[in-house]
Write a protein that binds this ligand. Structure first.
Ligand code: IDP
Length: 139
């Protein structure tokens, strides 16, 4: 199923470093409409659940600790071809390998603390959006 929505989080590193405004500006300038948004913090359990797919990876513990250490901005974004276009806008997982002008190139610190999340499929966008938002919080 193809949808026109994706899910993003501005991660704790980017919030700590004062990049919420800069990142939202890049997102809206690229033509994404914000249809849901909240400032929140993941509990350890939330982060474990959100990243359960990575629980066999060596960095899982570090990832859970990082993602729950401070507030994040969670949002659902709408645009044609949202998932792929947003992955292009954020750039490679490792900011050192991310293309010029991408959000991770501009705002991320390293492969672990990489400023933003973007869903990797329409199916995951729907699951991840529902993790954070009820239907009545999406406009
Ligand atoms: P993605 O966020 O670009 O889709 P994934 O491979 O799905 O990348 O990894 C999820 C998240 O796990 C990354 O965004 C990053 O925060 C963290 N991560 C990925 N690879 C590493 C690593 O090698 N060391 C530490 N953290 C990592």
């Amino acid at each position: 199923m193809t949808t026109n929505r994706t899910f993003t989080m501005i991660k704790p590193d980017a919030v700590e470093n004062g990049h919420i405004g800069g990142i939202l500006e890049k997102i809206t300038s690229a033509g994404f409409k914000i249809v849901a948004m909240k400032y929140t913090q993941l509990s350890t359990r939330d982060a474990q659940e959100f990243y359960a797919v990575h629980n066999e990876r060596p960095f899982y513990g570090e990832l859970v600790e990082f993602m729950s250490r401070g507030p994040i901005v969670a949002a659902i974004l709408e645009k044609d071809n949202a998932v792929d276009d947003f992955r292009a806008l954020i750039g490679a997982t490792n900011p050192a390998e991310a293309a010029e002008g991408t959000i991770r190139k501009l705002f991320a610190s390293n492969i672990a603390e990489n400023a933003v999340h973007g869903s990797d499929s329409d199916e995951n966008a729907a699951i991840e959006g529902a993790f954070h938002f009820s239907g009545r919080e999406i406009y």
